[in-house]
Design a protein around this ligand. Structure first.
Ligand code: MN
Length: 286
């Protein structure tokens, strides 16, 4: 088996989004425009009660999936089709915007804390104008694999014979939240040609001889075998992989299509109030 190594290390870049919210972006910056099928990764977090109050008021999406994972705090959300909910700590939301969704996402602190991730997953052209769909599950519904020195939460895909409750059938994304004790080594097998990355958000880790500092994203080389070792203070990271779409990407903000004409159509539809075509179906445990 070929071992995965670090192909590129990206330092998070502070970006202002929504109504003045600072997020730490890695995928979707000049250093890494995309990592097919991943279009963007934002890590949001605050321990300042005055920050994040504004949140992300009504905004559109078309042509891709947003996947939101809350670590601390919670996120009130509401969309133009009547869905609303409160994504709590440890819970995750998979929203296939596809042909169009307009929604608001308002992060809230709990005991002064709010932390999470949002990942944008591209859709192939054949799925971009399909109907929107939601899957949202609370922390209790997310399976965990606990063994000596490690705890793995399975958000998407499979690990150690357990399957996550949220299905990502198109690009078959695997999304794990891995916590390791000091010096523990985590080993895993990935599909050889899947795009894959690791983002360390607590402690530190090494992959081969490469140190992975906190708040850095490591793009992995192709291969199957992956081994990561926690630093002296342990490590917590997300490990995400998925099948590349291998199609042109034409993006204008929240519209991601395969041609310029389709992006212009999305802008016209949004302006004409016809972006939202169908109410999303919801699968949820909340
Ligand atoms: Mn959004």
């Amino acid at each position: 088996m070929t071992a995965r190594s670090v192909k590129q290390l990206i330092r998070a870049h502070a970006v202002t989004e929504g109504a003045g919210v600072t997020v730490h972006r890695t995928i979707g910056t000049p250093a890494l425009r995309n990592l097919d099928p991943f279009l963007m990764l934002d890590h949001f977090g605050s321990d300042d009660p005055d920050e994040y109050i504004a949140g992300f008021p009504d905004h559109p999406h078309r042509g891709f999936i947003t996947f939101t994972y809350m670590l601390d705090g919670h996120m009130l959300h509401q969309d133009s089709m009547g869905n609303r909910g409160d994504l709590r700590a440890g819970g995750a939301q998979w929203m296939k915007a596809a042909s169009g969704v307009i929604h608001s996402e308002m992060p809230q602190q709990t005991n002064g804390l709010m932390r999470g991730f949002q990942l944008w997953i591209n859709l192939p052209a054949s799925e971009k104008m399909s109907d929107p769909a939601y899957q949202e599950f609370s922390a209790e519904a997310i399976p965990e694999a606990n063994t000596e020195g490690e705890r793995v939460r399975i958000l998407l895909g499979e690990y150690a014979g357990q399957r996550g409750v949220i299905e990502d059938p198109i690009t078959e994304v695997q999304y794990l939240d891995v916590a390791l004790e000091s010096q523990h080594t985590f080993s895993h097998t990935l599909r050889n040609d899947d795009s894959a990355f690791v983002y360390v958000f607590e402690g530190s880790a090494t992959l081969g001889a490469t140190p992975l500092p906190q708040h850095s994203l490591a793009v992995l080389s192709p291969g199957e075998a992956l081994a990561l070792t926690a630093g002296p203070d342990g490590a917590r990271f997300i490990l995400v992989s998925g099948k590349p779409v291998r199609e042109p990407i034409v993006q204008y903000g929240p519209f991601v299509m395969t041609t310029r004409e389709e992006v212009e159509q999305a802008m016209r539809d949004y302006r004409d109030n016809s972006l939202v075509r169908k109410k999303a179906a919801m699968r949820s445990s909340i």
